[in-house]
Design a protein around this ligand. Structure first.
Ligand code: DAT
Ligand code: MG
Length: 151
């Protein structure tokens, strides 16, 4: 069933110029962008988004990294979107991620793992609401045939 998940392209993705390649992998899988913005997280947003990690030892490093330079936030639609995006992403630790995954192919370091994807449909709903107003999410049909025949 088609549903939605939140993807963040983290500061390392933009610093390394990998945004297009990572977006392509999600599009290649057939997933659809229904919301997208370039933005810079502040500490309040980092605490809200990573609420489950605020008390953990790595939160200081995680939050200073996530607020260090711009990110791209995307709402992505697809079949079982949260699980599908996480399968494309690979494991949290890129050292454990298989080749063929985004982290397994492009990252080496746990603290610099390029991409966030919600870990469940419930997290996706919570996280999408943090980053997007309802009117910033657009539903649309993709009909490539229409563009060919009308050209
Ligand atoms: P994921 O991003 O795969 O959902 P997570 O929610 O457990 O992973 O953690 C959020 C981010 O925090 C993760 O992408 C990288 C960082 N992180 C997680 N565990 C860490 C650790 N033990 N040391 C340093 N950074 C960590
Ligand atoms: Mg997580």
């Amino acid at each position: 069933m088609a549903d939605r998940t939140l993807v963040l392209l983290k500061p390392d993705t933009l610093q390394r110029g990998l945004a297009g390649r990572i977006i392509s992998r999600l599009e290649d899988r057939g997933m659809q962008i229904v919301g997208m913005k370039l933005m810079q997280m502040d500490m309040d947003l980092a605490k809200q988004h990573y609420a489950e990690h605020v008390e953990k030892g790595f939160f200081k490093g995680l939050s200073s990294f996530m607020t260090s330079s711009p990110i791209i936030a995307m709402a992505i639609e697809g079949n079982n979107a949260a699980a599908a995006v996480r399968a494309c992403m690979g494991e949290t630790d890129p050292q454990k991620s298989l080749p063929g995954t985004i982290r397994g192919d492009m990252a080496q370091d746990l603290g610099r793992n390029l991409i966030h994807g919600s870990d469940s449909p419930e997290s996706a709903a919570r996280e999408i609401a943090i980053f997007f107003k309802p009117e910033e999410l657009l539903s649309y049909e993709r009909d490539t045939q229409r563009w060919i025949t009308e050209a």
